[in-house]
Design a protein around this ligand. Structure first.
Ligand code: DGI
Ligand code: FE
Ligand code: FE
Length: 194
């Protein structure tokens, strides 16, 4: 499948607004990959596919989660906002024949993150947060940090996300907290050694 065919399959899955977001994430991920020395093609592909299942029905996502032994069942006890990421990784592997494990993991963990994220996973997570279509309080500060230091940008952005969820009195998926703690620890080490 070439790039145009892939993009038309992505477009079919979502609203025009979400497709614009998708293109913004892909181009931001490419720019971050260039800046931080990751594979730009993989960054673009992960950006194109990350929200593939964003508009799937809850029941359709639930079926995929229940049938897969690669998605922990505890996810079903947390908000469905978290589900589209691991489901998309399975769906694009099976239906679009995407085989690259790094790209699939970036998609899988693009909402929660996970401890020990790869460079590509970090880049997609951050690109999703700062793409040009995002306009929420604090995003500009994270955009500036993203030009300077990937981990500082991620700690700020994940902290903002967790604060936002607390303010909305939403349950926080333990993996999201684990990701935050892991990144803070890494940043502490990084800053102590510099
Ligand atoms: O799909 P996008 O909107 O582009 O971005 P995303 O995949 O990062 O999803 C963001 C949504 O997920 C947003 O509504 C916040 C929510 N979210 C992220 N982490 C958690 C979470 N929701 C809950 N309840 N718990 C989390 O840990
Ligand atoms: Fe998403
Ligand atoms: Fe997204």
């Amino acid at each position: 499948m070439n790039r145009d065919e892939l993009l038309s399959k992505v477009k079919e899955q979502m609203t025009d607004h979400r497709f614009t977001h998708t293109l913004g994430v892909a181009s931001t991920a490419v720019a971050l990959a260039e800046r931080y020395g990751a594979d730009q093609q993989k960054a673009e592909l992960a950006g194109f596919l990350h929200d593939f299942c964003k508009y799937w029905d809850k029941s359709r996502m639930k079926e995929w989660i229940e049938q897969s032994d690669r998605i922990p069942d505890d996810l079903l006890r947390y908000d469905k906002e978290l589900w589209h990421a691991p489901v998309a990784a399975l769906v694009v592997e099976r239906d679009l024949h995407i085989e690259d494990a790094e790209v699939l993991n970036a998609i899988r963990f693009h909402t929660s993150g996970r401890p020990g994220m790869s460079l590509l996973e970090r880049i997609l997570w951050l690109a999703d947060y700062i793409e040009p279509g995002r306009h929420f309080p604090g995003v500009e500060e994270v955009r500036e940090l993203a030009n300077q230091d990937l981990n500082r940008a991620l700690v700020k952005a994940l902290g903002n996300t967790i604060t936002f969820l607390v303010k909305q009195q939403k349950r926080i998926y333990p993996l999201t907290i684990d990701t935050y703690n892991d990144l803070v620890q890494e940043l502490d080490r990084q800053e102590r050694s510099s």
